[in-house]
Ligand binder design. Structure first.
Ligand code: NAD
Length: 256
């Protein structure tokens, strides 16, 4: 049970991260919400989770593109039994035009941040004698698409790192796994619909149907609630011997 455990979820003011934090709070975990902003709404979000579920919830500002802030997030949390590396951004462009600063930001936020938070969290998990590292990778951690060089590279990297963390913790009651979602209709995906339409020279409706859900045989978006359920399962005793693996929720995408 996750009751009384502390979960740190990076990039959790929106989308999948917020969904996972909400489900862990519902199951009784204390949660740390995070993003790079520091608004009233960020702190209000934590307060409402605490009130609704009777757990401790805090918002900690930390920019996951910065190594020291990734490590600082875990230190400020004070405890980290469950680490969900979820923060991520996307940029869609052909390689010759791909902005260097976007490449650097995606590699830092989507991949390197998980290394830094894990490095800071493992000693705490070892001290507590239990731990779960859950990396939110992607179907793009297992398959490629054109125009997403940085994202595909970072997500493949996260899948690789997941296996190394699993091996380094194999003899301990700590597991590390990657969830690989197909398309989920969050702000991250909504934002890339216009760019995808532009790259392919088609309308936004066609971009959803012909490009985005083309990869997903179910023709349905994965939901945040489904991913939150998978994350909670990874924290259960049933998943204690599952480590270093990928759990896909992609409507059949990676079966192709
Ligand atoms: P989202 O845009 O809704 O949420 C991303 C979160 O990360 C937000 O809370 C944002 O504030 C935060 N964030 C962005 N930059 C940050 C930074 N520098 N430091 C700290 N926080 C930062 O996106 P989402 O769709 O919920 O994506 C969450 C994760 O799931 C990402 O890693 C994404 O790659 C992955 N994913 C998403 C999909 C999808 O279809 N939406 C599919 C597969 C994987």
């Amino acid at each position: 049970s996750v009751s009384g455990k502390t979960a740190v979820v990076t990039g959790s003011t929106s989308g999948i991260g917020l969904g996972i934090a909400t489900e862990l709070a519902r199951a009784g975990a204390n949660v740390i919400l995070n993003s790079f902003t520091d608004s009233e709404e960020d702190h209000a979000l934590a307060a409402s989770l605490a009130e609704e579920h009777g757990v401790n919830a805090r918002y900690i500002q930390a920019d996951m593109s910065k190594a020291d802030q990734c490590r600082g997030l875990i230190e400020k949390a004070g405890a980290c039994d469950i680490l969900v590396n979820n923060a991520g951004i996307q940029h869609v462009a052909p390689i010759p035009e791909f902005p260097v600063e976007k490449w650097d930001a995606i590699i830092a936020i989507n991949m390197s941040s998980a290394f830094h938070t894990t490095a800071a969290a493992l000693p705490m998990m070892r001290k507590a004698g239990w731990g779960r590292v859950i990396n939110i990778a992607s179907a793009h951690g297992l398959r490629a698409s054109p125009f997403k060089s940085a994202y595909v590279t970072a997500k493949h990297g996260v899948v690789g790192m997941t296996k190394v963390v699993a091996l380094e913790t194999a003899k301990e009651p700590i597991t590390c796994n990657a969830i690989c979602p197909g398309y989920v209709l969050t702000p991250l995906v909504e934002a890339q619909i216009p760019d995808t339409a532009k790259e392919y020279g088609i309308s936004e409706d066609e971009a959803i149907e012909k490009v985005i859900l083309l990869k997903q045989p179910s023709k349905e978006f994965v939901t945040v609630e489904q991913l939150a359920g998978i994350a909670l399962f990874l924290c259960s005793d049933a998943a204690a011997q599952m480590t270093g693996t990928t759990l896909t929720a992609d409507g059949g995408w990676t079966s192709q």
